[in-house]
Ligand binder design. Structure first.
Ligand code: GLY
Length: 312
């Protein structure tokens, strides 16, 4: 059942990416991130989102920041985006390299400029100008996975590693939605997919594709980005909620549509302006943590549509 919120103290819902493990250590980091965000929610919902995403970007377990997958050339190129539903201010960085927290660069872009998206060298120059130092984003585990994948390719074999991580375990874009009792906001961060072509940009900085927020809802998506961009899935969820659906119903309908149109798998998380959280997925795993008024909803589970919307 969708969770219906009655007290105006705030909700944070965070996911660790499609097919990311649900083992304890992953859930624990998601819970820590959500609780840190909650501390800031009454002050500033954008600051709260940034705090949540920073925790995940620091961890090598999630495909963002330091845990990002490597592109075909062995470089980490990251995308991150943030949006406030009330002001509709949106900002994103795309294919950015060598920064500790892409989400913080996106926030700085939103708050210090009128620009909306900066990519590649321009994003890096902006980051340096605004005090973000050079940082190593290549973890040993990801470098090792990339080397193995390239060796497989050199032997003419298809790499056996997961598309999103190149590792034995899976994982994609992380994201967070918040409702502070007055407004909604959303943020996402990702390394994209393993062995992606240099310069490739996914759905994370694609407004209406992988992320959206309005006065009605805040929505974040995870899965192979091209399908979300081409179907404008996050915007579809927002429109369905505006037309009267509860978030869970809107998300289930969006996943059915994504599956029918693109044969794709994904995970979607949303909260609406009545404080109702919804989430669903049609892949192996989709770890979601929901914090309401500072308390973790221990029994919260996203809806699993894998059997109904199987991709393989
Ligand atoms: N969802 C992450 C990407 O495709 O870039």
């Amino acid at each position: 059942m969708p969770y219906a919120h009655t007290m105006a103290m705030g909700i944070i819902a965070v996911h660790g990416g499609l097919d990311t493990s649900r083992e304890k250590q992953y859930i624990k980091i998601l819970q820590e991130a959500a609780l840190q965000g909650h501390e800031l929610l009454s002050k500033n919902r954008i600051q709260a989102l940034e705090a949540v995403l920073q925790v995940l970007e620091e961890s090598p377990r999630f495909n963002c920041g330091y845990g990002s997958v490597l592109n075909f050339n062995g470089i980490v190129e990251m995308d991150a985006a943030i949006i406030d539903g009330t002001s509709s201010r949106f900002a994103a960085v795309a294919a950015i390299q060598d920064v500790h927290h892409p989400i913080s660069v996106a926030r700085a872009l939103m708050e210090k400029t009128k620009d909306v998206i900066l990519a590649g060298d321009g994003a890096i120059k902006f980051a340096r100008k605004h005090g973000f130092p050079t940082a190593n984003c290549v973890s040993e585990e990801q470098l090792d996975a990339w080397q193995k994948a390239r060796e497989s390719l050199a032997r003419g074999e298809k790499p056996t590693q997961n598309l999103y991580t190149g590792l034995a375990y899976h994982g994609d874009t992380v994201g967070c939605v918040v409702w502070d009792g007055e407004g909604l906001a959303a943020a996402s961060s990702t390394g994209g997919y393993s062995l992606k072509p240099p310069g490739r940009v996914g759905d994370t900085p694609s407004l209406g594709g992988g992320i959206f927020a309005s006065r009605t809802s805040a929505v974040v998506c995870t899965g192979l980005g091209e399908a979300f961009i081409e179907t404008l899935t996050s915007k579809y969820v927002d429109e369905a909620i505006a037309a009267g659906s509860v978030p869970e119903q809107a998300i289930k309908s969006a996943l059915k549509r994504l599956h029918a149109q693109k044969g794709a798998e994904g995970g979607i998380l949303a909260v609406d302006c009545r404080g109702r959280v919804g989430s669903a997925f049609n892949a192996g795993q989709f770890p979601v943590v929901v914090v309401v008024d500072g308390k973790i909803l221990e029994d919260y589970q996203p809806v699993n549509l894998r059997r109904e919307l199987s991709v393989h």
